[in-house]
Design a protein around this ligand. Sequence first.
Ligand code: NAP
Ligand code: MG
Length: 452
Amino acid sequence: MSYTLINPATEESMETIEHLDARQTDEAIEKAVKAQEKWAALAPGDRAMLLRRFASAVDADNENLAQLEVRNSGHPIDQARYEANNVRDVLNYYAGAPERLVGKQIPVAGGIAVTFHEPIGVVGMITPWNYPMPIAGWGMAPALAAGNAVVLKPAEWTPLTSMRLAELGLEAGLPENLFQVLNGKGTVVGERLVTNEKVGKIVFTGSTSVGKHIMRGAADQIKRVTLELGGKSANIIFEDADVVKAATTAPYAVFENAGQDCCARSRILVQRSVYDKFMEALEPVVKAVKVGDPSLSGTEVGPLVSKAHRENVSSFLDGADVAFQGSAPTGKGFWFAPTVVLAKSPSDRCMAEEIFGPVVTVYPFETEAEAIELANGTEYGLSGSIWTRDLGRGIRVSRAVQSGNLAVNSHSSLRYTTPFGGMKQSGMGRELGPDAPLHFTEEKVVFFNSNS
Ligand code: NAP
Ligand code: MG
C-alpha cells in the first residue's frame, strides 16, 4: 500500500509514501515500548538537554521544513517558516518540564505520603492535514518531556514535515524509536493505535466524527484520550466597538491557511446598527487578500489542500447568498477565492456547519443576549472573538460564550504558553500551556510507613 502526494498549488505528483499495515504498526509500537524504558531511565536533566538539542536541530532545519510544507500542504512560505519556528519554541518550552515534574508530600499519620507523575508509556498521536507541523509539536513535545515515547500517524495527504521532524529528533540524539512517524491510513494505522493495548493514550486532532469513533474505541481499554476537534467559531462585533478595526482584521481571522483552521472565526455576528458600516469596511480588505503562489514571500493565502477538499468547500456555495469575493489564481492548483456569504437564518448550512475553507458567513443581531445565544447555538465551542469598548460587556460576553479560547478586541487566543482546547463537541482535554506534560502522566501516591 502506498500513496502519491500531490502539490496542491501545481497539481504535480510528488513522492510516493509507503503505508504500514496493522502488523507493522504493532512492531513499531513494540519498539516504542523498549525506547520509552531507556528514555525514562535517563536523568531528568539529560532528557531536558536532548529536547533542547532537538529544538536546535529544528531551528537549523527551518528553511527545509518550511519548503516541505509549501510543497506538500500549499502553506505560504512566511507562514510555513513561522510553523517550523513554533515547533522549535514548543520543544524549548517543554524542555523545561523534565526537571520540574514535581510531586507533593502530603501530611498523613504514621508516615509520609508522596505523589509521583509517572509517564503513561507509549502515546499515540493522530494528526490532521491542516497544520501538520505545529500540531505534531503540541503533542509530541510535552509527551516526550513527561517521559513517554510517541508514535505519530500524520494525515495521509501531508506526512512530509512530520517525517522530517522524526529524523531531526534522531539526529539530535533522542533514543532510537522514541519518536516514530508511522505513515498509513487512518482506518488502518490510526485504528491500530487505538486498539493496541500497549498504547496508553491517544491524542487525536481532526474531525468531530472521527473523534467520536476514536473515543468509542478507546473505551474498550479505558485508554486516555485528548480530542481536538472541529469548530464554527463566532466573531461578535458590538456597536460600541472599533468597528473599522474589527472589520479590517476579520478576514485574517478566517482566511488564514485558506480557512483550513479549526479556530477560524467563520461566523461573523454584527450588531444591526453597525452592520452597513462593518460590511463597507470589510469588502476592500477581503478583495485585497493576496491569494497565490505559496512559494513567494508576501503571499497570504495558498490553495486548498486537495481536489476532494475543494469540491467539498465549493458545495457550500450552492444556493448561498454571496455578498462579495476576493480573487484567486485560475488554472492548475486547488484555488478558492475568499468568500463572504450572507445568512438568512442561523440554520443556513453555511452558518451551521464547519466549512474548513475560505468562506465566512455574516449574520446580524439586535441585543447582547441574542449575540450570546447565536454564538452558543452550535455543537462546537473552540474559539472566538468579541469586539467591544465596554469593559463590563467584554467580561459578561466572554464568560457567557461556551468556547475554550476567546479573544476580546483581538483574534489572538492561541499561544503555546496558554492552554488550548474545545468545549462541547470541539473536544476533550487541553493541550499546551504549563500543565500539558501532566496530561501525559498518571498521578501516583505512595505511603511510606514510618513505624516499620
Ligand atoms: P479527519 O478526517 O478526522 O482526520 C484526522 C486524522 O485521523 C487523519 O490522520 C486521518 O487519517 C485519521 N483517521 C481517519 N479515520 C480514522 C480512524 N477510523 N481511526 C483513526 N484515525 C483515523 O480530519 P481532517 O479532515 O484531516 O482534518 C480536518 C478536521 O480537523 C476539521 O474538523 C478541523 O476542525 C479539525 N482540527 C481540529 C483542531 C483542533 O485543535 N481542535 C486542529 C486542526 C484541525 P487519514 O489521513 O488517512 O484520513
Ligand atoms: Mg478526513
